[in-house]
Design a protein. Structure first.
Length: 348
């Protein structure tokens, strides 16, 4: 044995000896732990809506929303098996509520957004105020606020749930409670908060100012408002070469992201438009609202049709191309990363 080999053998014997004391040598893993740039375990992946919907409807025949508490199919990233995560920090699921069903009231530390995929007339109630949901509406249930869902309409209702479950799990900071009784008592007429905070205005005086948390009053961003805004933006101005025409949803209390951990936006790419390549450190979940096109993510080309959902991992090069006018909804952990001074992007 050479001297070098002898030392190597002694080192490994040392590792074996210290292992039962839960000690490991940094120098064997440093290059993996502290990398020059992100190399996500998540894969670029698309879920076809019709396929997922079919499984969800079959589950609907077999278990009630009430029994399930939340009847949801989790969109689990193929690179993160067993983690109930679509990116390392975020969760996505498709939730089904059938006519006359209720999903019981609870609250938890995790913040959630709902993006409606189909159906009309079901509601999410937040601290006792209903938001009546229509296709492609965005509805928030921020951490700590009581929420239940119900469907008094005559059609199934399906929405995309986006939560910060893996982020809260990372911090070991989760708490949850069930409400005693089915639904939280009605605290205001449906649409009350939207009327008060959803139009670049705020109440001069009134109960909603007290009833809703001052830091997070608004929780409904209807398609009927955001879609015309996107159209007006597209009609008026120059297109961003990396994003297309893009608008971020904001919290009217501070002009920042919709929730402390999650940011969300919509974008419109005109037919024939292709974005310049871009990378960002926020792994992002997209839902196709309208149109057809492709997403090139690193080496993978993904065909996009209406209501498909796809995940783009952190620091993957993304090029979006629209065959027809392509409208996308997206959410990511950018809000959390900016607070932690972690967010970065690269625009070619
Ligand atoms: O609707 O409250 O997809 O608590 C996962 C956890 C939905 C909800 C999910 C939840 C909910």
């Amino acid at each position: 044995m050479t001297l070098a080999n002898e030392q190597q053998a002694q080192l490994h014997a040392l590792y074996d000896e210290m292992a039962p004391s839960y000690l490991t040598p940094l120098w064997e893993s440093l290059a993996d732990l502290v990398r020059p740039f992100p190399r996500s375990a998540a894969h670029a992946h698309r879920w076809n809506y019709d396929e997922a919907r079919n499984y969800l409807m079959r589950a609907g025949d077999l278990i009630s929303a009430e029994k399930a508490e939340r009847r949801v199919l989790i969109l689990e990233n193929p690179g993160l098996p067993g983690q109930s995560a679509i990116t390392p920090s975020l969760y996505a699921g498709l939730q089904l509520i059938l006519p006359d069903e209720v999903a019981p009231c609870h609250r938890h530390s995790q913040s959630a957004l709902r993006f409606v995929m189909e159906g009309e007339g079901a509601f999410t109630a937040l601290d006792g105020e209903k938001a009546i949901m229509r296709p492609f509406d965005l509805v928030l249930t921020p951490g700590g606020q009581w929420h239940d869902h119900g469907n008094p309409s005559d059609k199934p209702m399906i929405w995309l749930d986006g939560l910060d479950i893996p982020t809260v799990r990372l911090f070991d900071a989760q708490f949850a409670e069930h409400y005693d009784g089915k639904a939280f008592p009605e605290s205001a007429p449906a649409g009350d908060t939207l009327a008060r905070y959803g139009h670049n205005m705020r109440p001069m005086r009134g109960t909603a100012a007290d009833r809703r948390p001052a830091h997070q009053p608004l929780f409904h961003y209807p398609y009927a408002q955001w879609r015309p805004a996107l159209n007006a933006l597209a009609a008026g101005g120059e297109i961003d070469p990396h994003l297309g025409h893009a608008l971020e949803f904001t919290n009217p209390a501070d002009g920042g992201s919709i929730m402390p951990t999650i940011a969300a936006h919509v974008r419109l790419l005109p037919a024939g438009f292709e974005t310049r390549p871009r990378k960002s450190s926020d792994g992002t979940i997209f839902a196709v609202v309208e149109g057809r096109g492709t997403a090139k993510v690193g080496g993978t080309e993904i065909n996009l049709s209406e209501r498909d959902i796809f995940a783009v991992p952190s620091w993957s090069e993304l090029v979006l191309a629209a065959d027809e006018t392509l409208v996308l909804f997206a959410y990511s952990d950018k809000a959390a990363q900016e607070k932690l001074n972690l967010y970065r992007e690269w625009n070619s």
